[in-house]
Design a protein around this ligand. Structure first.
Ligand code: GDD
Ligand code: MG
Length: 340
């Protein structure tokens, strides 16, 4: 079976972090976000098609570095064609029923059960579903008693919010669904294809466990915390934490990182070779090779790679791009530093 990974978006809602890397390669608990989706693929998936546009060379290098026995076909999309256009653009590679994954999702869906459900229902497509509190940020569906989708509405507003069951961004589709997608045109599968294909038989598949969309800086931080709550603490054997450090779990600390003093946690992820002198850090992600000085406070923030946060700085509810150096005592509150 084949799977398509939709990873061609520009990741604008994750700027400034996505200026220097494509969204799917953002480190989530120190692994590229996209690797969590690859973990979900059953052995029956032997070919993965990846339409890429933004930072295609970085994406190609990543998929070429994988040696898991699957065939990865990376196809360059000259202009972003939208979620439907991207599928239309790789239609020559696709046969029969295939899986589709939005590339910014991390979840615990069992793909074998999704495939079995789809075959049992016999529709042209099955859409995975997750109940959400804020339907306006997603595509929503209405279902009948047989789990058949009777309505699909992308980003509903006001009285269009008729359900809290959202499209979880993972589908199994029959190749005939692509018939409506014109080649080389910008097409949204959610706005232009699903609402029409409802007539031909789309089904909704709910699942248990966890599901997070990591497509905004706020959601990325939530995803990091959710995964830590789910999988627990993971401190590399090659990290060092001083005896005086007050730890609050869960924590993820990468290889070569050093915490000399202060308070760390809960839900803090340090990348590789992060140097924390004596700081207080909670609910945050600090990426590789960043240095955090004495008396620094970091709360609910993401700090990119190779940054220097000198003594007595305060960083709260903020995002700092890679390679930034703050001044001693800076207060960064509700800001995105390094936006262009
Ligand atoms: N190749 C390619 N080309 N991929 C694209 C393009 C494009 O032009 N545009 C978006 N993508 C990829 C993104 O990289 C992302 O992985 C996926 O398609 C979905 O796009 P988003 O921009 O992240 O959409 P969203 O989060 O607003 O909404 C989507 O996901 C929700 C679940 O998280 C929709 O599918 C909603 O219906 C859904 O509820
Ligand atoms: Mg998204």
């Amino acid at each position: 079976m084949q799977a398509v990974l939709l990873v061609g978006g520009l990741g604008t809602r994750l700027r400034p972090l996505t200026y220097s890397r494509p969204k799917p390669l953002l480190p989530l608990l120190n692994r590229p976000m996209i690797s969590y989706l690859l973990d979900l693929l059953p052995d029956s998936v032997d070919e993965v098609i990846v339409p890429v546009s933004y930072m295609s060379r970085r994406m190609r290098d990543y998929f070429n570095s994988l040696h898991d026995g699957r065939n990865y076909v990376v196809v360059h999309e000259v202009e972003p064609l939208g979620t439907g256009g991207a599928l239309g653009n790789v239609r020559d590679h696709l046969t029969d029923d295939f899986l589709v994954f939005n590339g910014d999702i991390v979840c615990s869906i069992d793909i074998k059960s999704l495939i079995d459900f789809h075959r049992e229902k016999g529709g042209v497509g099955t859409i995975s579903l997750w109940e959400v509190e804020n339907p306006e940020a997603f595509g929503i569906v209405q279902l009948d008693d047989d789990d058949r989708i009777t309505l699909f509405k992308e980003k509903p507003r006001g009285d269009e919010i008729v359900s809290h069951m959202a499209n979880a961004g993972i589908y199994i589709l029959n190749e005939s669904v692509l018939d409506d997608i014109l080649s080389e045109k910008v097409v949204s599968i959610e706005r232009d294809v699903f609402p029409v294909q409802v007539r031909r038989g789309l089904y909704g598949f709910g699942f248990e466990g966890y599901w997070v969309d990591c497509g905004t800086t706020k959601n990325f931080l939530t995803a990091s915390g959710t995964l830590m709550d789910y999988f627990g603490t993971n401190v590399s054997k090659e990290a060092s934490i001083g005896k005086s450090v007050k730890e609050e779990h869960p924590l993820v600390i990468g290889q070569g990182s050093k915490v000399s003093g202060g308070h760390i946690g809960p839900r803090v992820c340090l990348g590789k070779d992060v140097d924390v002198r004596a700081a207080s850090i909670s609910e945050s992600v600090i990426m590789d090779s960043t240095t955090i000085g004495r008396g620094v406070r970091v709360v609910s923030s993401i700090i990119g790679e190779n940054c220097v946060i000198p003594d007595k700085c305060i960083v709260e509810r903020s995002v700092i791009a890679d390679d930034c150096e703050l001044e001693k005592g800076d207060e960064i509150i509700d800001q995105k530093v390094g936006m262009r």
